[in-house]
Design a protein around this ligand. Sequence first.
Ligand code: DAK
Length: 260
Amino acid sequence: MEFNNLLLETGEGIATLTINRPKALNALNEETLKELHCCFAGLRSDPAIKVVILTGAGDKAFVAGADIAAMQGFDALAAREFARLGHEVFNLIEKLPQPVIAAVNGFALGGGCELAMACDIRLAGENARFGQPEVNLGVIPGFGGTLRLARLVGKGRAKELILTGDLIDAQEARRIGLVNQVLPSGDLLEGARKMAQKIASKGQVAVRLGKEAIDNGLEMDQDRAGRYEAELFGLCFATADQKEGMSAFLEKRAAQFQGR
Ligand code: DAK
């Protein structure tokens, strides 16, 4: 796959996707969103890919937001189309069967923070800064920020960030539950790779079902979510990986999973 605004590297079951518009701090324009859609749709159906890492080019930004220059001249209908495209792409990422790790290497603002929140796990470099500063531009988050931020950090903190437009640093983002871990900036990609390798070494049916159980279960009441988890737990027992995993434990050896 060849893209104008993305770099894709694959190997050992891991895809590393870099948003590559460093001169505009990797801001998301329509072409970049369409390329992200195309790329994730390809990764989704690639059986060799077990985990995806998403990051930004350069050392300053993950993604500094939706492209303000591109949005400036929008009328209401164009803005709605742009927002719909963003939602489509971010939903595709969130629902990808494989886990997606965001390696946040600098500014993750507006659409960039929303993009990181659509990923399953967020690792931040010490230089990362997060925020939803749309209010400074006279708009609100348009790619799911009001939904995902409130779910991740709670209603009060989401309102504080979205209504003030304030930025927070990586440590504060970790403290409020917006990021999982903060790493020295120079170790960020290596840290993301280590986590991706660890996930890739597990039984992949279980990894995917675990992601599904959490995402879908959170949308259900507790009784339904419990029954749903039980169904998926049962399904694990139809896999070779469950047999191998349990045998390996009892035989005191490392499991050799086959992903089926
Ligand atoms: N869009 C376009 N270009 C951007 C950009 C952005 N979001 N952020 C930075 N750039 C560009 C700058 O214009 C500059 O370009 P040149 O002047 O060199 O050509 C270059 O990147 C370097 O930026 P700075 O010179 O400003 O760098 P600094 O280190 O001084 O400052 C900064 C870094 C990240 C603090 C600053 O660039 C900044 O404040 N950027 C804007 C951050 C921001 O406001 N992000 C939120 C964007 S709004 C919706 C759909 C979507 C959305 C909302 C509604 N609907 C359709 C309803 C989403 C909105 C957003 O994401």
